[in-house]
Ligand binder design. Structure first.
Ligand code: ATP
Length: 400
């Protein structure tokens, strides 16, 4: 679920603060909560509550120090029950808002070269090649591309969740020795008027000072929904999209070593202006392939650092996995199989102390995979995958 619109935020905040007697503050702060998702509202209220607890503790200490009979001001509601929430003041909420702002600022992170190699990405060879063409060629032939007519492209990786979009973007950055600046859409949206646009400017500024650099916009649809469609009367999202467009267009005048890669499950929700030439105009579908050999290649990548028993046939395991297993499902399979093997090893060592020196080397056997496979179910149904494929058909050709 994306950011809430103003009406939804008012409703949720009013409900959460109903018992506190400070619901009149909702009007005051609502403008500062643009871009909030339900979890952000919960966090805000919980944080304000934590503030209150600290304050109550402080007052309690003072009161017991003075051995006075001063009582905390608490009101009694209709039912006659005293609620500590009645002590919640505007100050607690304002403080919680300030903290949330600080958290957002630090969550925007600093760029660094990731440590994901091509070998860590299984299957997806075509997508790998297309991204490399877009990123590596201009890097290797800067002069040629700087004078060319073709505007540089940003890549949009789209498709179902857990299929390796983030992994691919990181692998490109590692392989081309680029710094990687990852921005999750909702993280960037700030409640303070003007702050979200500033965050966008800051991100591009950070990337410019860390060149060569890739900016990876995860959940691009929540960051750049079609303008006028977000239902946010504050218009924060619209201004963020406009700022993004201005920054991306600005990239075309500068050198060839700043790249933008976006990822989204719902490209149909992204503002179409962002998908025009020179922006995120190279659309690459990253999906689920029902071929056994695809699953085998993903398993190979995921078990690269495992010690596998010689009885393990990754192809046989791949053929036993449901055809709608995503990369993330196979990650769960491998992690669970390793854990199963580790547990067995620990119980063997407990029974026989002569095996103590083996404790560091977990060897994963075929049986470990089969054992845990039965407990896993695909995170996406075949019907859901078909929906994503229908979206792909709709977008196919858009980047050609
Ligand atoms: N093709 C793949 N090869 C190897 N591992 C994969 C692959 N696809 C997914 N995985 C595993 O699944 C995890 C989740 O993948 P990733 O975060 O790249 O998915 P995503 O497509 O970006 O998902 P989302 O849309 O939810 O952000 C990865 O950390 C990796 O362990």
């Amino acid at each position: 679920m994306g950011p809430l619109n103003e009406e939804q935020r008012v409703e949720m905040l009013s409900q959460s603060l109903e018992k506190s007697g400070v619901s009149d503050i909702v009007k005051e702060i609502i403008g500062q909560t643009s871009g909030f998702m339900p979890k952000d509202i919960h966090a805000l209220v919980a944080d304000a509550g934590a503030n209150l607890v600290h304050r109550l503790q402080d007052v309690k200490c003072i009161n017991s120090d003075k051995a006075s009979s001063v009582k905390l001001t608490s009101t009694v509601d209709d039912s006659g029950i005293k609620s500590p929430w009645h002590n919640l003041g505007k100050k607690d909420i304002i403080r919680a808002l300030e903290r949330s702002k600080k958290r957002n600022a630090s969550a925007l992170g600093t760029p660094k070269v990731p440590n994901i190699k091509w070998e860590d990405v299984g299957g997806l060879e075509d997508v790998k090649k297309s991204i490399l063409d877009t990123v590596q060629l201009p890097l290797l032939h800067k002069d040629l591309f700087a004078s060319g007519l073709r505007k540089r492209s940003g890549v949009l990786l789209y498709g179902p969740p857990g299929t390796g979009k983030t992994l691919l973007a990181k692998a490109v950055a590692t392989e081309c020795s680029l710094n990687f600046l990852s921005v999750k859409g909702p993280e960037l949206i700030n409640m303070y008027i003007g702050e979200s646009e500033k965050n966008v400017r800051d991100i591009f500024q950070k990337a410019r000072s860390a060149r060569p650099c890739v900016i990876f916009f995860d959940e691009l649809d929540s960051l750049a929904p079609a303008r006028g469609a977000s239902g946010d009367s504050g218009g924060v999202m619209d201004r963020v999209v406009s700022q993004m467009l201005a920054e991306i267009d600005g990239l075309n005048d500068s050198t060839q070593d700043l790249f933008i890669i976006g990822a989204s499950n719902r490209p149909d929700l992204i503002d179409p202006a962002l998908l025009r030439p020179g922006r995120f105009d190279k659309l690459l579908y990253v999906g689920v392939n029902s071929d056994t050999s695809y699953r085998e290649r993903v398993l190979l990548a995921l078990t690269r650092k495992f010690k596998l028993h010689e009885n393990v046939s990754l192809f046989t395991i791949a053929s036993k996995c449901p055809s709608n297993f995503t990369g993330a499902d196979m990650y769960a399979l491998c992690a669970d199989a390793w854990f199963h093997a580790a547990k067995c090893l620990v119980s063997r060592v407990q029974m026989d102390s002569t095996l103590n020196d083996q404790v560091d080397s977990v060897v994963v056997e075929f049986g470990d995979f089969i054992e845990v496979l039965g407990e896993l179910s695909p995170s996406l149904s075949i019907a859901e995958i078909r929906k994503y494929e229908a979206l792909r058909d709709q977008f196919e050709g858009a980047s050609k």
